[in-house]
Design a protein around this ligand. Structure first.
Ligand code: T46
Length: 159
């Protein structure tokens, strides 16, 4: 009973967060324009120009130890763009019964992950620097860290 009530509250919250938006949140690879010359390459990321959302937060993951996997959560609403500016990493994504695996290994390519996508990051190369741009400040309440809870919420949402 308590579990059902809690699930109903969560569903209400997610429905409210996505009000007016179709629940098509998913993943996409985005090419970033390189300004290159004989000195090398430069990429500029600018709100409102070549980014799919306005950026409020940037963080980066580096020095990941061998055989370590990260992530293992979804977000209720957060949109993020992941760019391996150095090295490589595999990102496994799951959304509405669809699973997709991406290898990020180019500084001119970003992986857009919108809300309600389960993500796992594996096979970090020792030199991997993964830069992440996010449309919101850090908030633990936006995380769904339990896989069963993610599946239950997803099942309810897609009824
Ligand atoms: C995601 C993937 C791609 C903060 O204090 N501020 C922040 O902005 C972030 C992102 C994390 N933290 C703290 C929270 C934890 O104590 O840093 C610690 C490690 O975070 P977490 O275990 O969530 O890291 P990952 O690599 O599993 O996941 C991160 C992001 O949290 C997540 O949003 O989508 O990278």
């Amino acid at each position: 009973m308590v579990q059902t009530l809690w699930l109903a509250c969560e569903m209400e919250e997610i429905a409210r967060l996505h009000q007016g938006e179709e629940m098509t949140a998913n993943t996409a690879l985005i090419s970033l324009q390189i300004h290159g010359d004989d000195r090398g390459s430069l990429i500029a990321l600018e709100n409102g120009l070549n980014l799919p959302f306005d950026v409020k937060r940037v963080y980066y993951i580096y020095g990941t130890k061998p055989d370590v996997a990260r992530g293992f959560h979804a977000h209720k609403k957060l949109k993020q763009l992941l760019i391996a500016v150095s090295g490589s990493v595999t990102v496994k994504c799951e959304y509405a019964d669809r699973k997709k695996e991406y290898t990020l290994n180019r500084p001119d390519e970003g992986l857009l992950i919108e809300g309600f996508v389960w993500r796992e990051m594996h096979d970090f190369s020792p030199d991997c620097v993964l830069v992440v741009l996010a449309d919101e400040y850090y908030s633990e309440s936006d995380y769904i860290r339990d896989y069963r809870r993610f599946l239950n919420l997803e099942k309810e949402t897609n009824k």
